[in-house]
Design a protein around this ligand. Structure first.
Ligand SMILES: Cc1cc2nc3c(=O)[nH]c(=O)nc-3n(C[C@H](O)[C@H](O)[C@H](O)COP(=O)(O)OP(=O)(O)OC[C@H]3O[C@@H](n4cnc5c(N)ncnc54)[C@H](O)[C@@H]3O)c2cc1C
Length: 504
């Protein structure tokens, strides 16, 4: 086998996204996974709006949308009845719901797309060790048949999960702790009053319980069990789960058809760094946390969408190597925030203190009665509000309307100079920055790299009314810089700082 430009360890959602993105961008990749077959264990269910926005133009979103079940709200109940709900339809996205799909299905869809792009996952092959050199990494691979091999890629992506061998080999610390709660999980059918178009969360005085509708009467059940109603060892039984349900859930239901059940504990940790020399850490190898809010897999996918265009441009000699440092400076603050947010939500939902329970059940309806806070909560769950303001790649980037450099660019309706009515996201180049210019683009072209695609717009009322405005969009749909004709120097500075000069 050849030495690829990038070796990806792990074919979970993170590694598969990296392989799909990099191969789409023309990078020679190999992706290996220790497991001999795709994982059948069910974990992530929730695909968030931002993930759908990013995956759709990359060829897999429509299939995920076809397969998944849509939940339009997250409803909160106390034992006495419904308290309130987070109205996901208020999200500022076309995909204003959470898409529920078994992680093994999401992985299958990603693997099939990868296959269409000419890359096959090498299964039963594990990374056992690595050494970093000036221009490559020596990666030791061992196949299931005992054969070993050393490959020398220029870069390595560690997507090898929470117990990452690669993270340990690089010496990057994994800071955090194990949370005390143990969770019960089950896949079952449910007959009763539980709606199939919402996530239902029941806040009990002794722990919480959530049911996720998977479509066709199937539900995923997840609960804490502080009093051990389901026992404390072995897979929970249907009778035990029903007992837990009856004690906590405000909507009566009969549970049946248990396909599988299990227990798990949660760690809440993140890597101190996302880059160690030529190695990049992403997904669970870089962050693990409570499943509250269904964020983990989504974060891993978005890690790789952030990293891949940067790696591809640097490998093609079109961007400066420093661009690779911005993977960590973009993503680490988002990850820290996610770990804190999920820890807080988990602590609030699981508190067995009567005072804390009373505060939560009284406060939640009051807070969520405000439309502004509804929108904020929905955008946060959908990972639409996470962005890179203040990061080096957004520094000195200016603003356009309410958007600041580092923000996600909304999918606004625009009219091109040719009079075409389009959506902004459809105009973005997914391989390099796109300069969107209202008015005369000639003054902005001086010193511009050919890595930048230029598109001329006549209007985008939701973004700006300034006829001389421009904005520079990154391939992952975040604002790199913006201004008006008078700020042409800002554009030139961004291009000079991050991209390499064109060779004549
Ligand atoms: C019960 C539960 C519910 C969850 N619900 C959600 C949810 O609703 N939404 C959400 O976003 N997230 C959720 N998550 C989190 C989500 O499952 C993970 O964040 C996601 O699987 C991470 O993907 P990954 O590709 O980074 O790692 P993994 O899925 O762990 O994949 C790592 C891969 O690396 C391979 N590997 C390991 N070591 C090596 C090696 N040395 N060499 C080669 N290959 C190796 C493994 O075989 C594996 O295939 C949930 C997690 C749990 C436990």
């Amino acid at each position: 086998m050849n030495d690829p430009a990038v070796l990806i360890a792990g074919a979970g959602p993170t590694g598969l996204t990296a392989a799909m993105e990099l191969s789409r961008l023309g990078v020679d990749v190999r992706i290996v996974d220790r497991a001999g077959a795709p994982s059948a264990t069910s974990r992530a269910l929730g695909i968030q709006a931002r993930t759908v926005e990013l995956l759709r133009p990359r060829g897999v979103g429509d299939e995920l949308l076809r397969l998944g079940n849509r939940a339009n709200a997250t409803a909160l109940y106390a034992t006495g009845g419904k308290l309130t709900e987070i109205e996901l339809h208020r999200m500022a996205s076309d995909f204003n719901y959470v898409l529920l799909l078994d992680q093994s299905e999401t992985e299958r869809v990603l693997t099939e797309q990868l296959g269409r792009q000419g890359v096959k996952v090498e299964r039963g092959v594990e990374v056992t060790a690595l050494q970093q050199h000036d221009d490559s990494v020596a990666v030791h691979l061992r196949a299931g048949d005992g054969q070993s091999e050393i490959v020398r890629p220029r870069y390595v992506i560690a997507a090898d999960g929470a117990h990452s061998v690669i993270r340990k080999a690089t010496g990057v610390s994994f800071e955090g702790r194990q949370l005390s709660h143990s969770y019960v999980l089950g896949d079952l059918s449910l007959t009763g009053d539980v709606p199939e178009d919402q996530l239902s969360i029941f806040l009990g005085r002794r722990g919480f319980l959530a049911v996720f509708p998977m479509g066709a009467g199937r539900f995923r059940f997840m609960a804490t069990d502080p009093d051990g109603l389901t026992g404390d060892a072995g897979d929970p039984t249907l009778a035990g789960i029903q007992q837990l349900y009856d004690r906590t859930a405000a909507l009566p239901a009969r549970l049946a058809g248990l396909r599988w059940s299990s227990r798990f504990r949660i760690n809440s940790r993140h890597a101190a760094h996302l880059r160690a020399g030529r190695v990049f850490l992403g997904g669970d190898a870089a962050h693990v946390h409570s499943p509250a809010g269904g964020q983990g897999m989504n974060a891993g996918i978005q890690d790789m969408v952030n990293l891949s265009w940067k790696l591809a441009l640097v490998l093609a000699g079109r961007a400066r190597p420093e661009l690779l440092d911005t993977y960590e400076s973009d993503r680490l603050p988002v990850i820290r925030d996610l770990v804190t947010m999920t820890e807080r939500a988990t602590a609030a939902f699981n508190s067995t203190s009567p005072l804390a329970h009373a505060a939560l059940t009284r406060l939640a309806p009051l807070v969520l009665a405000r439309i502004r806070l509804q929108r904020k909560a929905a955008d946060r769950l959908g990972q639409l509000s996470a962005g890179y303001r203040g990061a080096p790649l957004s520094a000195d980037g200016g603003r356009i309307g309410k958007l600041r450099a580092g923000d996600r660019i909304p999918d606004a309706a625009v009219v091109t100079v040719d009079g075409e009515h389009r959506r902004l996201h459809d105009l973005l180049d997914l391989s390099g920055p796109t300069l969107l210019v209202f008015g005369d683009d000639e003054p902005l072209r001086t010193g511009l790299s050919t890595a930048v695609t230029v598109r001329r717009l006549a209007s985008a009322p939701a973004l700006t009314a300034d006829p001389a405005a421009w904005l520079l969009a990154r391939p992952d749909g975040y604002l790199a810089a913006a201004g008006t004709a008078a700020d042409a120097d800002r554009l030139r500075r961004w291009v000079k700082r991050w991209l390499t000069p064109d060779t004549p």
